[in-house]
Design a protein around this ligand. Sequence first.
Ligand SMILES: *Cc1c(COP(=O)(O)O)cnc(C)c1O
Length: 536
Amino acid sequence: MRYFSTRGKDQLLSFEETVLTGLAPNGGLYIPENIPSLPHGWQIAWRNHSFVDLSVEVLSLYISPDEISRAELRALVEKSYCTFRHPDVTPVKKLDDKTYVLELFHGPTFAFKDVALQLLGNLFEFFLVRRNARKAAGEKQEKLTVIGATSGDTGSAAIYGLRNKANVSIFILHPKGRVSPIQEAQMTTVTDVNVHNLAVDGTFDDCQDMVKALFADKEFNATHRLGAVNSINWARILAQTVYYFLAYFHVTPQLPAGAALQFVVPTGNFGDILAGYYAKRMGLPMAQLVVATNENDILARFWRHGAYEKVDSGVGAGAAADGASDGKQAAGGVKETLSPAMDILVSSNFERLLWYLAYEGAAQDAASADRARTACTTLDGWMSEMKSDGRVQVPTAVLELARRDFLADKVSDEQTLETIRAYYSSQPSYVADPHTAVGLTAAGIVAPHNPLNVFQVVLSTAHPAKFSEAVTRALSSSTSFQFERDVLPEEFKGLLEKQRRVIEVEAPDIELVKKVIEQFVETETTGEAAPARASV
Ligand SMILES: *Cc1c(COP(=O)(O)O)cnc(C)c1O
């Protein structure tokens, strides 16, 4: 299996190159040459498989055995998911007769990104160690320096994915004093020598701007071989397809014959739900996937009127009578909501779905290779329109294709809080984090329109303790609720007191950040102990 960029098909990459490159040089995202079908008899052969077994089966359809043998793949997958606290890795729970939750938060940082990042870290290490072993004595060893900015939610999953990996260093910038105490502690209490937390005296935007500038700095990039772990990396999507299969095998035996599953996914950058789309296209039986957004609703608006646009131009006005309040559209900026991990302006992985829509929309009688080339050209046109005008309107036929596989709805903060309350006081009582609550709300909006044979599986993307502010706000009036007793996991207790390692950067100045990276990459090679606290 080889991979090419959504914006031009000239170059075909191996899985290894795809994973190590991340974003294609032409700005596109890598997708597989074709979507493999499930092997004959999969429903019987896989039905009692564990998460690890399923990962090996599904991933090997996308990775040639001469790149990673089946035995090596199994070892990588086992190593990635033994860090999860639940034997099922991503367990399913029944909430009521027609609703299940698929809990994706049993990994080291209590949020769904662990599923993908635990594997990605091991893949990076595997590839680099192998490349270095093939080098002649004295030849320069390959290393990867991963840089990222975080407002708190995602930095810790990246750090836990890459800690202690050979030939990889990770530098995560966060705005000092502006991330929640638990999230700050989750990141800075990882004291492995290859992990570096930079507390920058500035905002999250400052941090993100500096990271972008570092990637744009050709010389610095070449010297340090910068790597990114953001959600466009193909390996992250691939890792996430597995839990759709697991949920299918765990839920369907409980359902009447002829039942269909509908997955409802709290969505930001469209990575989680895109994995479901791949599972569907491979042949996993399911009803339409439901995109659940918060008030940053670029995707919900797309499914309403076929315009992918940063700022609501009002094309779909009047169609918003679904009970969601319209919120205040701050002059085109990202809105801060109670589900911050979904606060986005554009959805980076949506480009991959757009490519498939362009492909299906292209002349059906054309040979497959020509059709793919046409799709790249169409997609490239859409993305440059998006870049120059901030919006692109797709043809009606394309919107129809998108509606065949997906439904979409937006959910307000108020609805999110109401849903947390409703599920807490129902039987069985369930405490949902605000992201999961967005999914549960959307599930409720869609359900009355579903055929009777449809059962819903809502993806639960974070543990409620991780987003304690919203959960506490929703449930504070309930006398029976006690955060520490009902929600707080053992692992979080005492976290605030644990030893930390952090590098303070006194101004959002890119030269200071470069200095830190140079100095600490050096420390790692000499094996010198890094100080618990440093500043520049
Ligand atoms: C990242 C994240 C999401 C959104 O997932 P996408 O793949 O970006 O759509 C939802 N919930 C939580 C808790 C997350 O961390």
